[in-house]
Ligand binder design. Structure first.
Ligand code: CTP
Length: 437
């Protein structure tokens, strides 16, 4: 999977414009996080920003001289606002104060930051931060709208909360992690824009009694990575997750569920308006037939062992697949996983047919570097048309490869072709049309 998709900020020149607001201190963390994503960060500060955060801080974190004054000959000859404007792949202004938003909206070039923004063709991402009344001012709103409509700027935040001016309300700069995600999204292909994707993730917990449950070792990492990849590429994503310790990806709607039957109810409801459903959850196949109202007590001695009778859980993927085939539910793409310990391709192919999905992602969960808990996975894509065995990859890479299949499948679904026919070298011509024929 190309790094430009899995790590869209890697190797990119990101101009970080910092304005004079109390949130300027968070720009240090933002610079660090952007650098961690592989970006070459070039900080540009307004004069007011230097009252809130030291140049040395940003210089140390970026490893680059900070640009503050285009009218100072030494700075201009070392950095050069036109050079920087040309070199930028992305300009992030964080915090973007009401004053700088107004200057940028007016097309001013009265300091280093405004000059770079005006002279650059790079996408512009603004993270506003200001007093709530400044934010609510029709002038600020109008300035921002102009930047969005006329200059194509994107805006992340602000969030609501307790502001430094002691007002409570919107005006707080978005968190650095969310700004980095917005930056990554700005540089990512938006090939799922306007699509709705439902992803299930994690284990389900089937209660035994008030304190115990039957579960499995699924970490949820694969499903969360798919949700993150689809959201980054423009989809509106609904993540339905069993219990995990993971932080949900930014910008994703999340439903937390416990038992398989709860996951079934949420997923079948969400599938009704989705373009794609990806079932990455490790749904428990069985649940205790009866949930004990009070904690099961040990009885001691030879009597000690307890027997728990189990019932079979509904198969969510098969239910959705069957409804689609039998009732004609409009769901263009259905993707399942096959967690196997042997004969991965054969078992995945059997699940493809039995659960009536378009793609089954098979993986060998007995391998130490793939499957549950680890950050990497080695999968094989199985469709009606054949299989594609993939090399070991980060789960993020596997997730983007799945998203590629969704993008292709949706394009083909639009032209009545088979949903998830193989990509690239085995594709049957690019003309769309009848596919299987
Ligand atoms: N799945 C599901 N509901 C279940 C069990 C599984 O929706 N009750 C989904 C999983 O989310 C996955 C796919 O079906 O996408 C295959 O799951 P897997 O555990 O590999 O297979 P099972 O159907 O449980 O079959 P077996 O245990 O026999 O391998």
């Amino acid at each position: 999977m190309a790094e430009s998709v899995t790590r869209p900020l890697a190797g990119k020149t990101v101009v970080l414009g910092v304005c004079g607001g109390i949130a300027a201190y968070k720009a240090a963390e933002l610079a660090r996080l952007l650098g961690k994503q592989g970006a070459d960060v070039r900080a540009v500060m307004t004069a007011h920003a230097t009252a809130f955060i030291g140049e040395l801080t940003l210089q140390t974190l970026t490893g680059r001289r900070v640009f503050t004054d285009p009218f100072q000959l030494t700075q201009e000859s070392e950095i050069g606002h036109i050079e920087l404007a040309d070199a930028a792949d992305l300009i992030v202004v964080a915090p973007a104060t009401a004053n700088t938003v107004a200057r940028l909206a007016a097309g001013a070039a009265d300091d280093a930051l405004a000059s770079v923004v005006l002279a650059s063709r790079a996408p512009l991402l603004l993270a506003p931060s200001m007093n709530v009344n400044m934010w609510d001012s029709p002038l600020t709103r109008d300035n921002l709208r102009r930047l969005v409509d006329v200059a194509g700027a994107r805006v992340v935040g602000p969030g609501a909360g307790f502001l430094a001016c002691r007002w409570v309300g919107p005006g707080r700069m978005a968190e650095p992690g969310d700004i980095v995600e917005a930056a990554a999204r700005t540089l990512s292909p938006q090939d799922l824009a306007g699509r709705r994707v439902v992803v299930t993730a994690g284990p389900t917990y089937e209660p035994v009694d008030p304190v115990r449950f039957v579960g499995n070792r699924s970490s949820g990492k694969m499903g969360y990575a798919i949700a993150a990849a689809a959201a980054r590429r423009g989809a509106s994503v609904h993540l339905i997750t069993g219990p995990t310790s993971l932080e949900p990806p930014p910008g994703v709607d999340v439903s937390h569920v416990g038992e398989a039957r709860e996951m079934r109810d949420e997923t079948t409801a969400a599938a009704g308006s989705a373009d794609a459903v990806v079932m990455a959850a490790a749904v428990a196949d069985f649940r205790p037939r009866e949930v004990q109202a009070s904690k099961l007590k040990k009885r001691g001695g030879d009597e000690g062992a307890a027997t728990i009778e189990m019932s079979e859980n509904p198969d969510i993927l098969a239910t959705i697949g069957a409804r689609r085939s039998e009732r004609g539910d409009a769901l263009p793409i259905l993707v399942g996983f096959a967690a196997e310990t042997e004969d991965v391709v054969e078992n995945a192919r059997a699940k493809l047919a039995r659960k009536r999905c378009d793609l089954v992602v098979g993986n060998d969960v007995s391998a130490v570097d793939a499957g549950f808990s680890v950050d990497t996975n080695r999968v094989v894509f199985v469709t009606e048309d054949g299989e594609e065995a993939r090399e070991l990859d980060e789960k993020a890479g596997v997730a983007h490869a799945i998203v590629d299949r969704l993008v292709d499948g949706l394009a083909r679904a639009g032209s009545d072709a088979p949903h998830l026919a193989r990509r690239a070298n085995t594709r049957r011509g690019d003309g769309g049309g009848d596919g299987d024929g």
